[in-house]
Design a protein around this ligand. Structure first.
Ligand SMILES: [Zn+2]
Length: 157
């Protein structure tokens, strides 16, 4: 199983994991105990619940990479649905469309858990089913890695 561990040495390393366009929207959690180590990935939301932040590092990456995802407002009835990353079901409070600006012209949407508790949900569901979480966790990491690769390959503004 792919075990992901990395550490964040200080605030500037955390900030610099994000693109400049994302840094403008960055609201760091208060009182982080630098340096701190991360298992799997590091995520938090801004106090207004508009932005979800994700910091992630595949073993072959030099540095952690971060992304700011924006909650898109839904029109009409709340729907909820299934998370495309962990396959958990949830209400529209839990699962929603989070969008990522690749550049000034292009954005992509991900139907995923708003709070990105995907790994915990996979572990819970696997434990309930008496199955190993190995495969769904590996798939989750691949999906996250693909998001960052898409971002990297996007044309600059
Ligand atoms: Zn999920």
């Amino acid at each position: 199983m792919l075990e992901l561990h990395f550490s964040i040495e200080n605030e500037s390393e955390l900030v610099n994991a994000f693109r400049l366009r994302d840094q403008k929207k960055l609201m760091l959690p208060q009182g982080l105990p630098y340096p701190f180590s991360v298992r799997s990935y590091f995520t938090w939301q801004d106090p207004n619940g508009i932005y979800t932040y994700l910091v992630f590092k595949m073993p072959n990456w030099d540095m952690p990479r971060g992304v700011t995802l924006k909650r898109t407002t839904t029109n009409g009835e709340p729907t909820g649905g299934i998370c495309n990353w962990c396959h958990a079901y949830g209400s529209s409070d839990e699962i929603g469309m989070l969008s990522l600006n690749l550049n000034a012209d292009t954005s992509v949407g991900y139907q995923i858990c708003q709070d990105l508790r995907c790994i915990e949900k996979i572990e819970e569901a696997s434990a309930r089913a008496g199955k190993s979480p190995e495969k769904p966790i590996d798939q989750l990491y691949q999906r996250m890695a693909r998001l960052f690769e898409n971002m990297k390959q996007a044309k600059a503004d």
